[in-house]
Design a protein around this ligand. Structure first.
Ligand code: MN
Length: 268
């Protein structure tokens, strides 16, 4: 029996016109049939937001990959919307793999929680499809996605061959280095970190203050097996992540607490 070609669904959060998604389509070229469903406008840092109170529209989009025309849709929603809508209405069959990115900028450490790129892949994992989020760890604008694309292709091929455990997706961060200087792939955990937020305060023309989010990223983790360490040291970081946010380590302790019961004294 002839095996059907794999179907690869591609999304991102930088928008359908971003250079990173063009690189990701090029990186997947030949690995299977491709459908792109990506936000019409940039949706970076929207996390796992979905659109509920407005319609979502999907406009067929002229998209050219290295082998010619690629079926593509520009979606008027978030990255999670793109994957949910594509899975229900846009793909011709169940995808074998969903890839998201290549994001311009790292999605390491706590940034995973804000990332639209990761959320597109997370939504796929929720729906039972192997999924990978790719990020190119270059701050600011510019840069070259060549090495990121090459590494994305090799990671995607490996996942197409081996699959992933249900509910687990891969968060892949690629250092901003030429291919020859990348040491390889390292399996990592998410580093502990935080943003020390500071809002710039300015005055609008009506003399009312407004605020603009800025902030300083702080690494709280000196481990040498983290996503931050890997990327800083020339490795491609591959972190397995999941949407189940249960803190399993806290279950047992909390089970042993005395909790208020409906008729108990704690309820007064
Ligand atoms: Mn982005």
């Amino acid at each position: 029996m002839k095996k059907e070609r794999p179907l690869i669904l591609i999304s991102n959060d930088d928008g359908i016109e971003a250079p990173g998604i063009l690189s990701l389509v090029a990186a997947m070229d030949g690995l299977g049939d491709i459908v792109v469903a990506a936000p019409l406008h940039e949706q970076s840092a929207v996390g796992h937001a979905i659109t509920m109170r407005d319609p979502v529209r999907a406009r067929p989009w002229p998209f050219r990959g290295p082998s010619g025309h690629v079926t593509a849709y520009a979606v008027s929603g978030t990255p999670a919307d793109c994957v949910k809508l594509a899975m229900d209405k846009l793909v011709p069959r169940q995808p074998d793999l969903v890839v998201s990115g290549i994001n311009h900028g790292p999605n390491t450490a706590v940034n995973v929680i804000y990332s639209g790129t990761v959320s597109a892949a997370t939504e796929a994992a929720i729906l039972g499809i192997p999924a990978i989020a790719f990020s190119y760890c270059k701050w600011g604008s510019g840069g070259d996605f060549e090495a990121s694309g090459r590494m994305a292709r090799s990671v995607a091929k490996r996942v197409l061959e081996g699959g992933l455990q249900p509910g687990i997706l891969l968060n892949v961060n690629i250092p901003d280095l030429p291919l020859a200087d990348i040491k390889g792939c390292m399996i990592t955990r998410q580093a502990r970190s935080k943003w020390e937020e500071s809002f710039a305060e300015r005055m609008d023309p009506f003399d009312r203050p407004y605020y603009w989010l800025s902030g300083k990223f702080v690494n709280l983790d000196s481990g040498e097996n983290t996503d931050l360490w890997a990327v800083d040291n020339g490795w491609v970081s591959i972190t397995p992540i999941q949407h189940d946010l249960t803190a399993y380590s806290a279950l047992e302790g909390l089970e042993n607490w005395k909790w208020g019961d409906p008729a108990g004294e704690n309820n007064t």
